[in-house]
Design a protein around this ligand. Structure first.
Ligand code: SF4
Length: 394
């Protein structure tokens, strides 16, 4: 059995330095030619392409688009559905953190969650990400895991084709409860498409400690436990993983890229399907607004990861403004649209109050309008079946 994933910051910093030296020497155009010729670049070479300012961002986007080259533009979507905005963790950049008194706390019960799934289903959505905070061991943790398990089953019963679970790190002993009642394949793996989502936010243990804290009673503080959550998920039979970096938390983007690439290689080696989330740091309730990463660097990051990880799906969300969504549409695998409020959906809209949400979104349009725009641009969208867009359409 493959060893659990570990981060070696010194080794990654060494590779980051090589990438910086290579980028300073130029050679980005040749590396692009090698990629287009079907070669696989080493991770530090890929990061050198990202860092090489002689390669225009538009060229990187074209590269990624050319490498994807299929007859049609194909993306996937899912909507976030927060079950609770309560949390026992203390992440400084997050509105849900335990000590944020500005946050209006809400938790949806099982009936409300199922009603929300009905609403999303009626509005054509077939993919949903279920989210809670992260809890210390005790009754709240058990209750939230049980509610997520029930919502997962409820979503699958309603015909959702992809359920993502974003509830923090889960122990080996807890996975059976979380996955209870899900159909299994002959080899014991989970048969429906259920993805574990655990964003490391930063793969630098020092940055992680600065934002996520280090107190032992803080359920989010254990860097290693979090980075190995997918290893436990795989042991429990899950076949799909969604790591992520909170882009802008650590200004050393080259380091984060190298760590993320090595995590994705590890997960692919476990046989998992991989989604890569790249949320950009945004304003959150009661938190200082950090400028984060500019549009150009963000587009370079998405383009290079999309080119370098052809088997993974790059996920962006409506944390991004419409013009960034449009610019990146040809190179992403997933665009998620929806609200980070708790049980926020109505038949024709959603609540977007930042005082009850994890963070602020940049695009408040109904998801029908956002996804409709993608369809008008020629995209086919897995996970979305409005009446005007039947699943059987060619
Ligand atoms: S990032 Fe997650 S674990 Fe941290 S405070 Fe926010 S909801 Fe809780």
């Amino acid at each position: 059995m493959m060893e659990a994933f570990r981060i070696d910051p010194n080794a990654l910093q060494g590779l980051r330095d090589i990438a910086l030296q290579e980028a300073a020497k130029g050679g980005g155009a040749q590396r692009i030619e090698r990629l287009l010729g079907g070669e696989t670049l080493r991770d530090e070479e890929l990061v050198a392409v990202f860092l090489d300012r002689e390669v225009a961002t538009e060229r990187l986007l074209e590269l990624s688009e050319e490498l994807r080259a299929t007859d049609s533009l194909q993306i996937e979507t899912f909507c976030p559905l927060y079950i609770s905005n309560e949390c026992d963790a203390e992440c400084l950049m997050c509105g849900m953190r335990r000590f944020n008194e500005a946050m209006a706390r809400e938790t949806a019960d099982d009936t409300v969650v199922k009603r929300q799934l009905d609403i999303l289903s009626n509005r054509g959505i077939r993919g949903v990400a279920l989210l809670t905070g992260e809890y210390r061991h005790g009754s709240m943790r058990r209750e939230m895991l049980a509610r997520t398990a029930s919502a997962t089953r409820g979503a699958l019963e309603r015909g959702f084709t992809h359920v993502l679970i974003n509830v923090g790190s889960i122990e080996d002993t807890e996975y059976p409860d979380l996955l209870e009642g899900l159909p299994l394949r002959g080899d014991g793996a989970i048969s429906p498409h259920v993805t574990m989502c655990t964003f490391q936010e930063s793969y630098d243990p020092t940055v992680y400690r600065k934002f996520m804290g280090s107190a032992p009673q803080n359920p989010r503080a254990d860097f290693e436990r979090r980075v190995q959550n997918f290893d436990r998920a795989a042991r429990a039979g899950m076949l799909s993983a969604n790591p992520g970096v909170l882009v802008g938390l650590n200004p050393d983007l080259a380091y984060e890229m190298l760590a993320l690439l090595s995590h994705v290689h590890h997960l692919s080696g476990l046989g998992l399907k991989v989604y890569v989330s790249l949320p950009r740091l945004r304003k959150a309730s009661g938190a200082e607004h950090t400028a984060g990463v500019g549009d150009d660097d963000f587009c370079r990051l998405v383009a290079v990861l999309s080119a370098g990880l052809p088997d993974a799906k790059i996920v962006i969300s409506t944390r991004e403004r419409p013009e960034i969504q449009r610019r990146l549409l040809p190179v992403i695998g997933v665009l998620t649209a929806g609200s980070p409020g708790v049980a926020p959906y109505s038949q024709d809209g959603a609540r977007f109050d930042v005082e009850a949400s994890q963070f602020e979104v940049a695009d408040l349009r109904p998801f029908e309008e956002i996804l409709g725009e993608c369809i008008a641009a020629g995209a086919r969208i897995d996970g979305y079946q409005p009446a005007i867009y039947p699943a059987s359409a060619p």
